[in-house]
Each structure stands twice: as C-alpha cells, then as structure tokens.
Design a binder for this molecule. Structure first.
Ligand SMILES: O=c1ccn([C@@H]2O[C@H](COP(=O)(O)O)[C@@H](O)[C@H]2O)c(=O)[nH]1
Length: 276
C-alpha cells in the first residue's frame, strides 16, 4: 500500500487507528482455551470485529516469538486473516549487518519463503544505513524507523545531544537520505507530545507510527495538535486498551466499543482539520 492509498483508507474509514495485536495466553478469555490455537482465535475475532474501524494492525512479534514454532504459526495465520486493504505492521524492531538484515526482510516481506508479507516492519536505526537498506530493497514495502520511543528509557540515548542535535533528530535527518516519505515512516511515542512540533519541522511529510496512547497514558488530542500533516500523517496505535477491553464471551464486542471511541474521536479530529 502506498502513501496515497493509505490516506485514501484514512479518508474512507475516517480513522487513523492502528490496533496492536499483542496477545498473552494467560489474559485470554477462558472460553477460547478449548481451541487448538486460542491466540489465533482471539486475534481472528478481534480482527473481524474491528477491521472497519482501523486502518492498520500491528502484531508485536515478541508476543508470538515467545511461543516458539507454534507462535510463528499463529503470526502467519493472523497475517493471513487480516483483510488485504488493511495496512500491516510487523513490530519486530530488527536491524543488523547487511546480509543479516536481508534475511530479516525475507522473513517478514517474502511470502514465498516465510508465508507472510507484511506491508511494513519496525527497524532500529542504531546500526546505520547498511542495516536498514536491505529492507528498502523490497518494492512497495515500508521501513518504520525507531526515532523517539514511548518508554522512559528513551531518555537514556535518544534525547542526548551531540553535534548540536539530539540523537533522535539525527536519526530523522540522516535517514531521509536513505529513503523518502513513500517508503519510510518513524516511530514517535505518544508520551512525548511536546516533541511533535520539532519532529514535524524535520519530517513534515512522513507518516509517524505513534504508540503509547491508552495503557501508557498518552493522549490522542495532544499528539494530533502538532502531529497531523496534509495527508494525516499519523497511525496511532493502541493495543492493551482495545484487545483486553472485555474478558468474557463478548470480548470482541467490547474491543469494538473501545476501538469505536477512538475512531469517533479521530473522525472529529479529521473533520476539524479539513482532512475529510
Ligand atoms: O516506542 C514504542 C515502540 C513500540 N511500542 C509498541 O507498541 C505497542 C504498545 O502497546 P500498548 O498496549 O498500547 O501500550 C507494544 O507492542 C509496544 O511494544 C511502544 O509501546 N513504544
């Protein structure tokens, strides 16, 4: 899906919601445990109940990798269940020397070898250009580079100043030489709304993947105040607050209700910003 198609989906669904599919077996509604793959059933019911309200799903691969071979199968089958007009993000935070990154790219982008072909993958910028380039060699795929993350530890390195710039600012400026806003997005945490003005100064046209609303305390309206651009430019993620909204037979309905609250707030924001 290219940038314009993404914006079309946002306009069509009046939403820029990304739902995080981060399931933990112990937190699943008990009635799902009778299924051969309870996590897959959980994900499928969540997807069926919410796909008209969101424009992206973001499974964080840790929640699948932690379950070994079975977890990978769940990830593959979850990816297969997501409707093809919904943007998919493998939140894998990969990045290594070039030939290794190339294998990571195969793992998440090449359906022939891995049975999955996500639209995008999150990548850590720390190892530099040659660690990111192999992902960019895949046509029609996106790299979502970590810039300013939502966690407390983002203070340890990302905001440290060197050469008159914070480290995350260097990530934003340098990486624009590697790919343009048609192939690169950035992760910026919702917990840092005061940084969005500065971030938009550096990357006015890029999409930003914004985790951290809901369970981590970030606010949608605060993010939108300075985060929106002329193509919306935001994919705002929420996982736990949506997927664990209920814990009974009606868990998918409860998840839908929670997603609907966010979608309706987003619709109002899009109208007020004249984007729809
Ligand atoms: O800076 C970051 C980068 C990634 N994440 C991931 O997003 C989701 C957030 O889940 P919630 O349950 O809505 O808090 C999760 O997969 C994180 O690993 C992030 O939170 N911050």
């Amino acid at each position: 899906m290219n940038k314009e198609q993404l914006f079309e989906q946002i306009q069509k669904k009046k939403s820029f919601l990304c739902i995080g599919l981060d399931p933990v077996l112990d937190k699943l509604p008990k009635h799902l445990l009778k299924y051969n793959d309870p996590i897959l059933e959980f994900n499928k019911q969540l997807i069926d109940a919410t796909y008209d309200l969101c424009i992206a799903y973001k499974p964080n691969t840790a929640f699948y990798e932690s379950r070994g071979v079975k977890g990978w199968e769940t990830l593959v089958n979850t990816w297969k269940h997501i409707p093809k007009d919904v943007f998919t993000i493998a939140d894998a935070k990969r990045g290594d020397i070039g030939n290794t990154s190339a294998m990571y790219a195969e793992a998440f982008f090449n359906e022939e070898s891995s049975q999955m072909s996500f639209d995008s993958i999150t990548v850590a910028p720390y190892m530099g250009k040659d660690s990111v380039s192999p992902f960019l060699e895949h046509p029609n795929k996106w790299v979502i580079l970590l810039a300013l993350t939502s966690n407390e530890g983002s203070q340890d390195f990302q905001i440290k100043q060197s050469d008159d710039q914070k480290l995350y600012e260097q990530v934003l400026t340098t990486s624009q030489k590697w790919a343009n806003s048609e192939q690169m997005m950035y992760v910026v945490g919702a917990t840092k709304p005061e940084e969005f003005q500065n971030i938009r100064r550096l990357v006015p046209d890029h999409f930003l993947l914004v985790p951290g609303i809901g369970a981590q305390g970030g606010s949608l309206s605060a993010v939108c105040q300075n985060g929106l651009n002329s193509r919306c430019g935001l994919l705002v993620n929420s996982a736990r607050n949506i997927i664990y909204a209920g814990n009974g037979l009606d868990f998918a309905e409860k998840a839908r209700e929670e997603a609907l609250v966010l979608q309706q707030e987003m619709e109002q924001i899009l109208i007020a910003s004249k984007l729809i």
